[in-house]
Write a protein of this length. Structure first.
Length: 141
């Protein structure tokens, strides 16, 4: 009998739900479900907890586990987790840079606009004082 089949049989024999067993082992119900479906395997600490909980030796508990399959699943899960982590970090960096760039762009646009308006005003004042008789720049009504 394979590990996942043993775990399912022992859990049912004790009359426990996946959630109850998960609470005993401090894992989620979904984790127990994956173990029982053979999609993943518990780490060593959880195996020891399972063997203590079901009053079995580790050998009795894990006999018939395909160790190569466990290694492949573990490697695949670690690789997927690593890719997901890198993807999240890159996404976070992109959003931070985009937001910072937008704020910086708006700030420089406002500063540039203020400088432009000030220059126009200064030039208008200079032209007014140089040519006071001309009513082009300011009209007196």
């Amino acid at each position: 009998m394979k590990f996942n089949e043993k775990l399912l049989a022992m859990r049912k024999k004790r009359g426990l739900s996946q959630e109850e067993l998960g609470m005993e082992l401090q894992v989620s119900r979904q984790t127990i479900s994956k173990w029982e479906a053979g999609q993943s395997y518990p780490d060593f600490q959880r195996l020891v907890m399972l063997s203590d909980f079901f009053d079995m030796t580790l050998d009795e508990l894990v006999k018939d586990i395909d160790v190569q399959e466990v290694r492949e699943n573990s490697f695949t899960n670690e690789k997927i987790d690593s890719i997901y982590r890198v993807s999240q970090e890159m996404d976070s960096m992109f959003h931070n840079k985009t937001l910072k760039g937008a704020v910086k762009g708006v700030k420089w646009f406002i500063i540039g606009s203020c400088v432009f308006v000030c220059l126009i005003m200064v030039i208008s004042l200079i032209l007014y004082f140089l040519y006071p008789e001309s009513n082009i720049f300011w009209h007196s009504y």
